[in-house]
Design a binder for this molecule. Structure first.
Ligand SMILES: Cc1ncc(C[n+]2csc(CCOP(=O)(O)OP(=O)(O)O)c2C)c(N)n1
Ligand SMILES: [Mg+2]
Length: 544
């Protein structure tokens, strides 16, 4: 066990709201996303006097996705500030996405004055059980009942955000507490983070199992990305000569042009599936092996299964490992690399030439691979460390298979909750977090309309951000499912859309159409040169 402790303390008079903002500052928060209201005036007053930058969203769902995108791009908690009631219910959807995708988002909200809490006495923004709303989408949430509690509760919020599996948390502060003056010790409680770690003996046994494997294979999930395990996974793969397969959330755990990368190309019955069945030892790093990733648990794993996970529940979720290694994926992978030092004799065979063949075969049969030309154009347009933020659109599903990701934290997909409208605000959050990075959002014509109001935020922040809309005037994913599973009985899948180029004009930003992959690549290049967002509409033929 490793204990990480922190923080100095200070004493002067401050309000509850000032203590909250001071706590954010002391935890290194540089940016918050939100929309103010009469229920957060005290927080905004305190923000004015702080070093924190406030980014004004146009809807709280957008603020939540921005905070999520900020967290995905950096690994640092993304923070959103919202009002009571509708602010909270609006952001709950985005927080639900952050929960399924293990993204550390902190939501600070107000609530009505303490005497009226949860009582529906007719106060503005009354919500019957706000804590329950946020409990459904967070790992932990807490109510500050007196100003002096604020620093301690914020400490605990950050402790929970930064330990264990990264998941969203929520802190609410009633109106009267926000304005309550407090002269007590600002930081009454020292955070105490306990990081579990496997014993040396367990690491050695796992290393011996891997060393004795003829056909070892590594399967990396989102935990590999969020823990920073990528460099050690690469070393482990190279040392063992083990192919690396990832989930969609694990894309970037090894550069997908590495000779040992199998991409995220598993699907039931394909070439990668056949290959995986030949592996005699598999090490799963930071993955829940969930229903979507395994196509309803069809992925067959060998008995010699080593599993690294920080979350005791996920360790035994969906598949029981032969050897559980509870701990941070980066830390444990690093220790495994050390235990497999050059002097350890390895039994593994050279799998590199097989990997090339298997990968090629799997790419050819990947989902709608025949439509990959636009995905290839996106890859050419973005540098290796460029970020692609994708939505629930057919082109994203193609990208999940055949868009090669080279670095961690450079491919976003609303994987678990599958929320339409994620891509654009998440891209805004990423661009604000990493202004030097090239960021592109791709979205369908349907998904764009879920959060297109955030264009206002991107324009106001003058973000150099190409937004690519694949326009087929259809909810194609649904139409495709109606075609495949309901005998082509279509309902509610055709859309009448606005002219998105004219929408760009309305915001006084460039809007263009790209009619081919080459035009798309060129337009993205031009958009990167502008200090404003660019709308790039790509009219595409029907998928069904
Ligand atoms: C919030 C939300 N509501 C509904 C859905 C169901 N849904 C999934 S894909 C889709 C269609 C998306 O259309 P579009 O963005 O145009 O992308 P396309 O499938 O046409 O490529 C819908 C309605 C969803 N994923 N999320
Ligand atoms: Mg569409």
């Amino acid at each position: 066990m490793v204990a990480v402790q922190s923080n100095p303390s200070s004493t002067t008079v401050a309000t509850g709201a000032e203590l909250v903002i001071e706590s954010l500052e002391s935890h290194g928060v540089e940016t918050v996303f939100g929309i103010p209201g009469v229920h957060t005036l005290a927080l905004y007053d305190a923000l004015r006097n702080s070093s924190i930058r406030h980014v004004l969203a146009r809807h709280e769902q957008g603020a939540g996705f921005m905070a999520d995108g900020y967290a995905r791009a950096t690994g640092k908690p993304g923070v959103a500030v919202v009002i009571t009631g509708p602010g909270v219910t609006n952001i709950a959807t985005a927080v639900g996405e952050a929960y399924t995708d293990s993204s550390p988002v902190l939501v600070i909200s107000s609530n009505v004055e303490s005497p009226y809490l949860d009582d529906m006495r007719g106060n503005l923004h009354d919500l019957k059980d706000q804590m329950a709303v946020m409990k459904a989408v967070t790992k932990w949430n807490a109510r500050v009942t007196a100003a002096h509690e604020a620093p301690g509760i914020l400490n605990e919020a950050f402790e929970r955000l930064t330990s264990g599996r990264p998941l969203p948390v929520h802190v609410e502060i009633p109106l009267d507490v926000l304005d309550q003056p407090e002269s007590a010790d600002r930081l009454p409680r020292e955070p105490f983070i306990v990081v579990p770690e496997p014993s040396e003996e367990k690491i050695e046994r796992a290393a011996a199992l891997l060393a004795g494997a003829q056909r070892p294979l590594i399967y990396a999930g989102g935990g590999a990305i969020s823990s920073g395990a990528a460099p050690y996974i690469r070393q482990l793969a190279e040392r063992l000569n083990a192919p690396v397969l990832t989930s969609i959330m694990g894309k970037g755990a090894i550069p997908e042009d590495h000779p040992l990368s199998l991409g995220a190309l598993w699907s039931a019955g394909n070439a990668v599936d056949d290959y995986l069945k030949q592996a005699d030892t598999v090490i799963v790093i930071g993955s829940k092996l969930g229903a979507q990733a395994t196509d309803m648990f069809q992925m067959v794993l060998p008995d010699n299964l080593i599993r690294i996970d920080i979350d005791p529940r996920e360790m035994h979720l969906n598949t029981q490992p032969y050897m559980p290694l509870l701990g941070d994926a980066a830390l444990v992978s690093e220790r495994l690399v050390a235990a497999l030092s050059d002097t350890v004799a390895l039994a593994g065979i050279d799998q590199t030439s097989e990997v090339v063949e298997v990968r090629k075969a799997a790419e050819e049969t990947a989902w709608f691979a025949e439509r990959r030309a636009y995905v290839d154009a996106l890859r050419r347009a973005l540098p290796r460390d460029g970020i692609l933020s994708t939505d629930m659109t057919m082109m994203s599903y193609v990208a999940c298979g055949v868009y090669p990701v080279y670095e961690p934290r450079t491919f976003f997909f609303p994987s678990g909750f599958g929320t339409l409208g994620f891509a654009v605000p998440a891209a805004i959050g990423a661009k604000i977090a990493r202004p030097e990075a090239k960021v592109v959002a791709i979205v369908g014509d349907g998904g764009f309309q879920y959060t297109m109001e955030e264009l206002g935020c991107a324009v106001q922040e003058r973000l150099s951000l190409p937004i690519v809309i694949f326009d087929d005037s259809t909810y194609s994913a649904v139409k495709h499912a109606q075609h495949q599973e309901r005998g082509g009985r279509y309902l509610a899948v055709d859309l009448v859309n606005p002219d998105y180029v004219k929408l760009a004009e309305a915001y006084s930003i460039p809007g263009v159409r790209a009619h081919s992959p080459e035009e798309l690549e060129r337009e993205i290049g031009l958009a990167f040169e502008r200090e404003l967002p660019t709308i790039i509409v790509v009219p595409i033929e029907s998928w069904v």
